[in-house]
Design a protein around this ligand. Sequence first.
Ligand code: SF4
Ligand code: SF4
Length: 441
Amino acid sequence: MPRLDNYNYMKNLTDWVSEKDIFNKDFIWPRQMEIHLPSNKEIACDFHCFYCQGSKLDMALGMDEKKALKLMEEIGPNTFEYYVYGGAYTEPLLNPYFMDFMRLTKKLKAHFGIHSNGSQLKKLQEENGFCTELVGLMESKYDYFSCSLDGGSPESHMKTKNIKYDAWTDIIEGLRILVKEREKQKSKGSIRVAYLLNKWNSSVEELTKFIDLMKEIKVDSLRFSIPYAQYGNEVKKVQNYKEKVENKEHKKFKDLLEPYMSKSKDEKPFVFYFAPENQDIDRMLDENYKQCAYTYYQTTMGSSGHIYRCSSIATPSFDYGILGKQPETVAELKEMIKVSQDKEFHCHTCIHSTARCNRMALEINSEWNVYNKANNHTAKQESTMAVGPKNKREEVKHVYSDIERRWNKKEYVEDNGSLNTGEDFRKPKSFQMYQANNEKK
Ligand code: SF4
Ligand code: SF4
């Protein structure tokens, strides 16, 4: 099956940094900076998808946008090639500073990528000509807007997004506006649509109608895939999801979509299906899945206002993945990135802390560890532990067991060994007591 170049992640990486330099240089600017805008700071997102990665995790919204914009100004041009705006659990178009980030990205001569649920497009166009300006800023096909639509009708969309109103019709209208603006302004930007398949949105009738609609609207690409198992789940549970959902549904969806798949790269929209092998937990558990080279591809500023090793662990729930608080200066940011480009960090530290690599990272880290098999033994899995009230998953944090390794050197009540002595993990009984104890420390 043909594959668009932008989706060949290892090639993207090695076009940016030579294999020889990975883990051999003191510091290299990653190809891209991901910025998870903290929505409007009141709600994380206007939808409530059952597969949302953040819904069972800490959805902190503490990022300071003005500080982030100032940092970007200071970073300047010729550093990151891309700024990608999305969110592990937030909708970026709900953020009032959104367009400031787009304008600044272009001022810095970088490309922008946007991952959105599309709900605000029409409304913002009516309010302030949002789509007109956005398309006007798109300079090449590398500037893209990707809409996670995940439904071919208002009914299936409502079920998928867990909402009680028709948002789908306005999203479709929003996509039409974007494409029309692109024609009007003769812009070269890309408009992509992603579609996660589930039991409500995958009948032959719905998919046929939907693909025809996307052809009529003239979006550039349409990607189908099966949702990830949520982060924050133990390995066994993810393997169970693989067996019960991914493996079972894959065959069905592959056969069902086969007639619609694009045969050549030039087809518009380019319709393709990303199989679950691209998110396979067992590939991440492979003995040779060791070093994480994805830190040369991206670094992430999470909605919480921290810098993280990668976008899929960008929530305070994965405390061990925090590199530091939102930096004030470029020197601080570079120091954090330097720490993350670490030949000793082992991917299994993440996998055994209920986190997982995303599709891009899985591809890059798999290929990298084959390429570097002779030298990747430097990676060492570190022990982490879950702290916080076990009955409230969103308050549990996965921290390094070794206090010295923690980014803030913070101590927790669990450090005094209550975990190892078989004492009830939930003691003290209320979270307030737990917090009070930590305060005392
Ligand atoms: S639209 Fe995206 S961010 Fe919002 S709930 Fe769904 S998956 Fe989460
Ligand atoms: S989840 Fe994967 S890509 Fe992210 S830091 Fe861990 S090993 Fe690297």
